[in-house]
Design a protein around this ligand. Structure first.
Ligand SMILES: [Zn+2]
Length: 363
């Protein structure tokens, strides 16, 4: 597989250790944005449809007890479906990318992986790493929920930073210094991203039609980048007749992509301009800013910002959602309420992660 750095246009063979190629002028406190583009795929990442509509996933290189994907698509209302990613093995969509990521660690002959996360990403990585015999080194901040922390303590080593921004800095300092440890930065890792995109293939297979809109909480933006890529692949292969638009859900006050898009701030460097770097770093969405900006420019994404108040209102009216799903997932439901759908539009809402306080904690 060939990948291209969109900054200097240098081409590299993949798997390539991405931390070895740096553009310090673009880094936010040492953390690089996702400036990587894929030129062509390795067959092991290709997902296809057979003639009878079945998806052919790439071969699994190592069978583990964690089978990600094939999550239910639930009919919620006329023309509205929920894709329940919380039932993945460790409770979030991130499980879909871990098989690829761990294989990459092994390809690089590394015995351990460093991860920075405020919850679900680390939990997923820890359990998959263990299956592959890889040591997990996790950076978290002290503010994460107790139930997430209880799971994260299963890692081989945990570093606790005082806040979110510091956990990213500590993670980068450690990873730049320890070249024997694989840099597991989920916000830019290509193998991981390619694993995530199986979700969109399942949506098309299970709906047997093309949704107009897929509403996804933004998070680091990697899920949105992956699903857009999957829809583009299916469109280019003639499997679907149009590319569904992704409704990018951000929280009001923490919606730098929407703000940047409205101000037409195109580029990696310039995002630092209107919003201070601390805000950017504390909203890890920004690592995929340019990619989501480009999607919105092609009319393949649009923004739905919701307030905490709107989310709280939804929870009050639907307590069953709070028991099952985390706050980010529920922001997507509030976004559905906010989005004034036309009567004919088919919408899928992606519920990304389970509530680790209310739901059963993975054991
Ligand atoms: Zn470059």
């Amino acid at each position: 597989m060939k990948i291209v750095c969109s900054i200097c246009k240098k081409e590299m063979d993949y798997p390539f250790e991405q931390i070895c190629h740096r553009h310090p002028e673009l880094e936010l406190d040492l953390v690089p944005p996702n400036f990587w583009d894929i030129k062509d795929y390795l067959p092991e990442f290709e997902i296809k449809f057979s003639n009878d509509g079945k998806i052919i996933f790439p071969k699994v290189r190592k069978e583990t007890k964690f089978k990600a994907g094939n999550t239910p698509l639930i009919k919620y209302d006329d023309n509205i479906f929920l894709k329940d990613e919380s039932v993945n093995p460790t409770g979030s969509f991130k499980d879909r990318g871990m098989e690829n990521l761990m294989n990459e660690v092994i390809t690089h002959k590394k015995k351990s992986i460093s991860i920075v996360s405020c919850g679900s990403g680390a939990i997923s990585a820890i359990f998959y790493a263990r299956e592959y015999g890889i040591k997990s080194i996790v950076f978290v901040h002290k503010g994460i929920s107790k139930s997430s922390l209880a799971q994260i303590e299963n890692a081989d080593k945990v570093f606790y930073s005082k806040d979110f921004v510091t956990s990213y800095k500590d993670f980068m300092k450690y990873s730049l210094k320890h070249k024997d440890v694989f840099w597991g930065f989920l916000n830019t890792n290509i193998s991981y991203m390619l694993g995530l995109r199986s979700m969109s293939y399942e949506i098309i297979r299970d709906m047997k039609s093309v949704p107009d809109v897929v509403i996804i909480p933004c998070g680091s933006g990697m899920d949105i980048v992956a699903q857009n890529l999957a829809f583009r692949e299916m469109f280019n292969a003639g499997v679907i007749s149009k590319i569904p638009k992704i409704g990018v859900v951000e929280i009001i006050g923490g919606n730098p992509i929407k703000q940047g898009f409205e101000k037409k701030i195109d580029g990696w460097l310039n995002i630092i301009d209107p919003i201070d770097s601390k805000t950017i770093l504390s909203n890890d969405t920004c690592f995929n800013y340019k990619k989501i900006y480009d999607m919105a420019s092609r009319d393949e994404a649009f923004f739905i910002s919701v307030s905490d108040k709107q989310i709280d209102k939804f929870i009050l009216e639907h307590p069953e959602f709070k028991a099952k799903y985390d706050y980010t997932s529920i922001s997507a439901m509030a976004a559905l309420d906010e989005y004034k759908k036309t009567s004919k539009e088919k919408i899928v809402v992606v519920l990304t992660c389970k509530n680790r306080n209310g739901g059963k904690i993975y054991e």
